[in-house]
Design a protein around this ligand. Structure first.
Ligand code: 4AD
Ligand code: MG
Length: 465
């Protein structure tokens, strides 16, 4: 019977059982006693399993002694308690067949030694075979499962919002244009030049920066909804926390205000952290040991205490009084920069901080204007080491004020006529937020660079693989 490594190591299979195990060789060690120890991984869990291949195997000299890192094999034998250190079970092989050799072992990029993340980005198609990317991939999966589980358990429906769109939700003008490749039929202007603005079959279209406006429509019918999918930002950012293509989770809650929005964000993050710690202890232990020593302890401490909440106006005062020399001046009305966020989370609070009620001028048009007339009911959840992981707000549900803000931001009201309809037909207070999925993966795994939190990172000028 074929079993995966995770199952074989779990203790659930009676010692002495016959099993078949498939996987990729990590290392091979030959003992003088005429035995080879092959460390075999199939990615089902962090640990590889040891396959003991005796010299008596028919292909011992011809094949087993030629196995190198990366070879794919299928081994059959008895699962037994291991004498060796570090593993509870091993397979005593009675047969071992090679499914795939490694062409050129000398140049195979994934050698059994530590590789730098920078090097591994250049072999993004092979890096899932390393301990690091195996662990990141499994944790990323579990975080996604936790997201769906949290929402399902709390009565939210998953809504799939479009990737091709005309709305610039965040109003930042940082969108990728969508075009056809029908070279013979490219749309032309009167003067005969190619008119890229009409290149989506005669219309202009872009890749979405956020599913929010679309998901609001479903919120105002199903009450609690979320969207979870790829989003795109054409900002020319070369940082450790920006991607041109990233996944975003955006819940939208009817009859909710900003306080409820912040409460949900906190409960949601804690739910995810608890589930990852419970379901991925082996991968998390690896991160704590090899990547970031506080990987586990900081999640535990976040789960244990309430998030700090600070008004933007107070945050500005705190930063001014800090006595710190910041590169960017702190001034009421200016957006908080990374260095300011880091001070608030890492030094002032020592944990996550929810900053609320930002100046209306620096936030998106759809955010609800507060009674003071100069701030909006927005919140950002900032985490130590990474800064903003969640951005959210209560939405402007009053049509007259929404119209004023659309005009104020210089947006074309015709483009937003469908969005205005929600305010015309049964408008209600509602709120939501967006979580950057990769930023959360970075935070949970303790990674230094967001390019290692997604299988194929897309950053300016790089779309290889
Ligand atoms: O703050 P943002 O731009 O908010 C929105 O898009 C809202 N429509 C969300 C909502 O209220 N439904 O983006 C939300 C989050 C950020 O907090 C950040 O974590 C992540 O998305 N994010 C990025 N992640 C990786 N690379 C980028 N270039 C990102 N830009 C934003
Ligand atoms: Mg934001």
């Amino acid at each position: 019977r074929v079993v995966d490594v995770k199952h074989a190591l779990s203790g659930a299979i009676a010692p002495g059982s016959k099993v078949r195990i498939n996987g990729w060789v990590r290392t091979r060690r030959d003992s003088k006693a005429g035995l080879s120890f092959v460390s075999l991984s199939d990615g089902s869990c962090f640990d590889p399993i040891q396959v003991v291949a005796p010299a008596a195997l028919a292909n011992y000299e011809s094949e087993v002694l030629h196995l190198t890192a990366g070879c794919a094999i299928s081994a059959e034998g008895e699962l037994v308690a291991s004498q060796g250190k570090g593993q509870a079970f091993e397979v005593q092989a009675s047969s071992l067949s090679v499914l795939g050799w490694v062409d050129d072992p000398e140049t195979y990029p994934i050698q059994p030694k530590p590789h730098s993340p920078e090097f591994l980005r250049e072999v993004a198609h092979l890096r899932p075979r390393t301990n690091l990317f195996g662990a990141v991939s499994r944790v990323r999966h579990t975080i996604a499962q936790a997201i769906h589980r949290y929402f399902d358990e709390h009565g939210y429906f998953w809504v799939n919002t479009p990737i091709i769109t005309t709305s610039d939700t965040e109003g930042a003008g940082e969108m990728f244009r969508v075009s056809t490749l029908d070279l013979m039929n490219l749309p032309r202007t009167d003067k005969g030049a190619v008119d890229f603005r009409k290149d989506f079959f005669g219309k202009e279209a872009f890749l979405t920066v956020s599913g929010q406006l679309n998901v609001e429509a479903y919120c105002l019918a199903l009450s609690k909804v979320y969207t979870f999918g790829p989003t795109f930002r054409a900002e020319n950012s070369h940082t450790t926390r920006h991607l041109a293509e990233f996944w975003m989770v955006e819940p939208e809650i009817a009859f909710a205000d900003l306080a409820e929005d912040a409460r949900v964000a906190e409960e949601f993050l804690k739910f995810i952290f608890r589930m990852v710690l419970a379901e991925r202890p082996d991968d998390m232990a690896f991160f704590a040991e090899r990547v970031e020593k506080t990987a586990i302890s900081r999640l535990e401490s976040i789960i244990a205490s309430p998030f700090a909440q600070i008004d933007y106006t107070d945050a500005v005062e705190i930063l001014k009084k800090s006595g710190r020399k910041f590169d960017y001046a702190v001034e009421w009305g200016a957006d908080l920069q990374t260095e300011h966020e880091r001070f608030l989370t890492e030094e002032y609070v020592g944990g996550p901080v929810v900053v609320k009620n930002y100046p209306e001028k620096i936030k998106a048009f759809y955010m609800r204007l507060n009674d003071d007339g100069r701030t909006v009911a927005a919140m950002d959840v900032l985490a130590p080491g990474i800064g903003e992981i969640i951005g959210g707000s209560q939405r402007e549900e009053r049509l007259d004020i929404l119209d004023r803000r659309i005009a104020q931001f210089g947006l074309d009201p015709k483009m937003y006529s469908w969005y205005r309809d929600f305010r015309r037909y049964g408008t209600v207070p509602h709120a939501g937020f967006g979580l950057g999925f990769e930023r959360l993966v970075v935070y949970v795994c303790g990674l230094a660079n967001i390019r290692d939190a997604i299988p194929y990172p897309r950053v300016p000028g790089s779309a290889e693989f």
